[in-house]
Design a protein around this ligand. Structure first.
Ligand code: ATP
Length: 344
């Protein structure tokens, strides 16, 4: 069992609390992704779980055991970093078995383990190569294999794919999902990339300013964001959010929720406000930018001093064309002035 519990954890750097009395439980065997903008405290949180940073106050429990004051090596966790941290003069095999040698594991056992793990991560043919002769993806696999030989109950990963190009990153994401299924242990993964979080996590912990904004399954985070920050952080392009009238309420809709049609009349008022008696919100505007992505097109529709992002399968609208934008009332989100979600 390796659930992780953070209880009232605080971390102070230079008299500033970057994390303040945070509570979080990470389920055993989950693939949990800590996501949030730069500086929100995700790496600090991960390092406190690993024991690389000690919390200023509060406690960390792994598998029900208080590890708050244990050294990293005694916590049953393995960490994989962004820069891989491989030994350049050692072969792939030597890099993988380094920790085992240190732990005085017998030679025959070491050989067996390295063989089976390198098979799992697809490195069997590269065992005698030096890291400098490998591609970024292969180096990342060596770093994973080196973590795996320790048979940890928890894998902690800090932006492990950020040095890879987009295509390889996509491939490695799938490999990590498969690896997680195969190993069945707890993965805690830090990223600032919400696409990575959405595609890999079974649980997302979204942070901002050291505070958890929402913790839920990816589809819940996306469909039922608890506040404006969550609504706008998850999704590309982000949710459109504007004020609705003068009473401080804001409304939002996702770019894919908007429907475009050719503007029918010139006489319509430029904007129709959301009316609870009608099932739709609608506005007239012009196409300001148009980005054709293949299966979909991203439009920026200007209307007065506002611009709305629209994602559509329809690529027929041209630059400067007048269009009508409509959103079904059921796809509109309402937020209070402080950003909290108002549930209809
Ligand atoms: P990024 O995505 O940019 O890596 P992050 O969410 O992982 O960001 P952290 O690295 O956890 O953020 O940093 C959180 C805050 O703590 C930041 O304001 C950072 O400047 C500060 N911080 C982190 N480490 C230290 C340190 N050793 N000394 C002082 N301040 C630090």
């Amino acid at each position: 069992m390796a659930s992780i519990e953070l209880v009232q954890v605080t971390k102070v750097f230079d008299k500033t609390a970057v994390i303040d009395r945070l509570d979080l439980t990470i389920e055993d065997g989950s693939f949990t992704v800590l996501v949030g903008p730069s500086g929100c405290g995700k790496t600090t949180l991960l390092r406190m779980i690993a024991g690389l940073d000690l919390q200023t106050s509060g406690s960390v429990r792994i598998g029900g055991k208080d590890v708050s004051n244990l050294a990293p090596g005694q916590r049953g966790v393995a960490m994989v970093f962004q820069n891989y941290a491989l030994y350049p003069t050692m072969s792939v095999r030597e890099n993988i078995e380094f920790g085992l040698k240190n732990n005085k594991v017998k030679r025959s056992e070491r050989i067996e383990l390295v063989e089976s793990i390198s098979e799992t991560v697809g490195l069997k043919d590269y065992l005698d190569r030096k890291p400098s002769t490998l591609s970024g993806g292969q180096r990342q696999r060596v770093a994973l294999a080196r973590a795996m030989v320790k048979k940890p109950a928890v894998f902690l990963m800090d932006e492990p794919l950020s040095n890879l190009d987009a295509k390889l990153r996509g491939q490695m994401r799938i490999e990590l999902i498969e690896l997680h299924k195969k190993l069945g242990v707890t993965f805690v993964y830090v990223t600032h990339d919400q696409v990575e979080a959405m595609s890999m996590a079974d649980r997302i912990v979204l942070m901002n300013g050291g505070v958890i904004q929402q913790e839920a399954a990816p589809e819940v985070i996306y469909r039922q964001p608890g506040n404006q920050f969550t609504a706008q952080f998850m999704g590309v392009p982000p949710m459109n959010v504007y004020e609705l009238g003068a009473n401080g309420i804001k409304f939002g809709f996702r770019p894919e929720a908007a429907l475009l049609s050719q503007s029918q009349t010139q006489s319509q008022s430029p904007e129709t406000n959301l009316n609870t008696n009608t099932p739709q919100w609608s506005v007239r505007g012009t196409v300001a930018t148009r980005e054709m992505l293949g299966s979909e097109t991203i439009y920026q529709i200007k209307s007065g001093d506002r611009s709305y992002m629209v994602k559509s399968a329809d690529d027929q609208y041209a630059f400067d064309q007048e269009v009508q934008l409509r959103v079904d009332a059921s796809r509109i989100f309402l937020f209070a002035a402080d950003g909290s979600r108002l549930l209809e």
